[in-house]
Design a protein around this ligand. Structure first.
Ligand code: AHR
Length: 609
């Protein structure tokens, strides 16, 4: 193959900001993931009735208390009654605490009360007999005043699923709160990140870091479940945490606004902050009352960018970062420009205009990003005269869709806004944890974006992380448990593309003797068909006939764990048994009593219908 490039051409410049990352607290991306904290439910806020993830040992009794607390943001604490020598309790961590030989862990906790004898804190296995690392506190150190206690533990051994134990040598009653165990962190930051996961981000050399979501920005049911930046800064005991309702667990907000900005800096990326425009899943603040949300955004920007003499700039300095973080990119809402929105929002364009004008009045160089209408379609639009610099498009599709859309941006209007493809990934036909076919589809699409980088200025794959013990959204490009992390083929495509991005797009002429005329390709057509049926909770199942050749296999088009047996009768294949399972359609959890499903039948990998 001969490829001719006329070096005299100028060529289109590739955007220097093209490849970045989109971080969202989804699938335990933060607590039990990137955030290095090893103690689960450290503030005892996860459950009102029982101290989840904590267990008593011996004759100790554990009780959640809601009076006499450490401070106003704490809703509960754990009261432990030690009835005798050896009584205690433990924490199981996020599916295990990895004990690593020679590793030093920072232990801290708040406590008050009385204890005779000593309190021993140690790392041990499930039965608590083998001690990997330990430290002791004298009973007389405790008083009726909440006090912070700190120590280090160095593990003598390796164990993938250790527990953090506390045990007393005498009787007493102590209340505990904010119990933390931190291993060494990425760049040795206080309250920092798990090194191997952060390093995988670093290796992508992302030009920008979009945070904190996604739906995580919006929250669900109540504005209190949205990301409210001011509640996520300062000492960890002063962060209330909140319910991450969209993704099904409570977050400590241990990775808060400050840590996001710090991480962006550590990754060498420009922070891209997505703000809430007064909309959460299930409700919204009417557009004529959204000033408090705008003020919240302006305060956040002052925290990140303001001088140390400003109110929030001073707070940033107090929290350890006198120099501004310099947010240059701001996205006004996440997927909020919906004609028929799940959020029932009103008037996105008005919200956009109010936020944009308020921000630009103070920060005239801020790059402002708008949400397209509507993100679920193949041809999203901006149906407004409001001026917008960048538009955020999202695509979750099949490998073929991405490959077929290689030329999507060739025809975009160059007079219109620039494009930021803020979320894209193969989410259909991908296998459970991503596969090479998915990654190839994404790679082809990325080359299309790169070719059109005069208008596609930025792009980020989504989402990044999944703890394999509790994954709500699949696929994700980094899979992990407490001890190991794995990049999917999509991760390696992101890494390869981002580390080898060109600077100019040159037109080439090609002489390819191997070029195949598509008309010459002879594919034996398979007999296959698509069937549609419904399946309710009573498992009443109406089968539409499928014509299929002997030996064919079938699979649901959407990711639906509906397992069944298929039998051929004459020319018709019927499903003869099925089991109820989780149903994910377009990767969203489908909870309705009844759903419609399609099956795609294929004889072998080459013949698909
Ligand atoms: O990436 C997962 C989710 O997909 C994001 O939270 C949301 O923006 C999109 O719908």
């Amino acid at each position: 193959v001969t490829v001719d490039v006329d070096a005299a051409q100028k060529g289109k410049a590739v955007s220097p900001m093209l490849y970045g990352i989109f971080y969202e607290d989804i699938n335990h991306a933060a607590d039990g993931g990137l955030y290095a904290e090893l103690v689960r439910n450290r503030s005892f806020e996860d459950n009102d009735k029982a101290p989840e993830h904590w267990k008593a040992k011996g004759n100790a009794s554990l009780q959640l208390i809601s009076k006499g607390l450490l401070n106003k943001v704490q809703g509960k604490a754990l009261e432990v009654t030690f009835n005798g020598d050896g009584d205690g309790f433990n924490n199981e961590g996020y599916w295990g605490i990895p004990a690593v030989q020679g590793r030093t862990y920072k232990l801290s906790f708040w406590a008050k009360g009385k204890l005779k004898g000593k309190l021993k804190a140690y790392l041990s296995c499930g039965c608590g007999t083998k001690v990997f690392a330990s430290t002791e506190f004298e009973g007389k150190q405790f008083s009726n005043k909440w006090t912070k206690y700190e120590a280090t533990l160095t593990s003598k051994t390796n164990h993938p699923k250790a527990l953090l134990w506390f045990a007393a040598t005498g009787k007493g009653k102590l209340a505990f709160d904010v119990v933390s165990l931190m291993p060494p962190t990425f760049n040795n930051r206080e309250n920092g990140m798990r090194p191997e996961l952060a390093s995988m981000l670093y290796d992508l050399h992302p030009k920008f870091f979009r945070f904190p979501g996604g739906c995580f920005v919006e929250g669900q049911q109540s504005p209190d479940n949205a990301f409210r930046w001011e509640r996520t800064i300062g000492p960890i005991e002063e962060r209330p945490g909140h319910w991450n309702v969209n993704w099904g667990y409570r977050t400590t907000d241990g990775i808060g606004f400050h840590e996001y900005l710090q991480l962006a800096e550590d990754l060498g990326s420009k922070p891209l902050y997505v703000v809430n425009v007064g909309i959460w899943h299930g409700g919204f603040t009417p557009v004529d009352s959204i000033q408090p949300w705008i003020d919240e955004t302006l305060n956040a920007l002052e925290y990140a960018n303001g001088p140390v003499t400003s109110k929030y700039g001073a707070l940033r300095a107090k929290n350890g970062h006198p120099a501004p973080f310099n947010i240059e990119y701001l996205e006004i809402g996440n997927e909020n420009n919906q004609p028929n929105p799940r959020e029932q929002s009103d008037n996105y364009y008005k919200r956009f205009q109010l936020f944009r004008d308020a921000v630009l009045a103070k920060y005239p160089n801020m790059h402002i990003i708008g949400n397209v209408a509507s993100w679920g379609t193949d041809d999203p639009t901006w149906d407004s005269d409001e001026k917008v610099e960048l538009l955020d498009e999202h695509y979750y599709r099949t490998p073929n869709w991405f490959a077929d859309n290689f030329r999507k941006y060739d025809t975009y209007n160059r007079q219109g806004p620039d494009i930021y493809v803020g979320e894209y990934a193969v989410t259909q036909g991908f296998g459970n944890v991503g596969n090479l076919n998915a990654a190839l589809g994404e790679a082809v699409y990325m080359m299309g974006m790169e070719n059109n980088s005069d208008i596609v200025k930025m792009a980020s794959y989504a989402p990044i992380f999944a703890n394999v013990n509790e994954t709500r959204w699949r696929p994700d490009m980094i899979q992990f448990n407490a001890t190991r992390a794995l990049g999917t083929p999509s991760y390696y495509v992101q890494r390869m593309m981002a580390n080898n991005v060109g600077t100019r797009i040159m037109a080439v002429t090609q002489n390819n003797p191997y070029k195949v005329n598509p008309d010459d390709i002879k594919v034996k057509p398979a007999t296959c068909a698509v069937g549609v049926g419904t399946w309710g909770t009573n498992a009443s199942f109406e089968e539409k006939a499928l014509t299929l050749e002997e030996g064919a296999t079938s699979q649901p088009v959407a990711k639906a764990e509906v397992k069944g047996t298929w039998k051929k009768e004459g020319n018709v294949v019927k499903q003869t048994s099925w089991e109820e399972g989780t149903v994910l359609l377009n990767n969203k959890l489908f909870t309705s009593d009844e759903y419609t499903y399609k099956v795609r039948a294929r004889k072998d990998k080459g013949h698909e219908g």
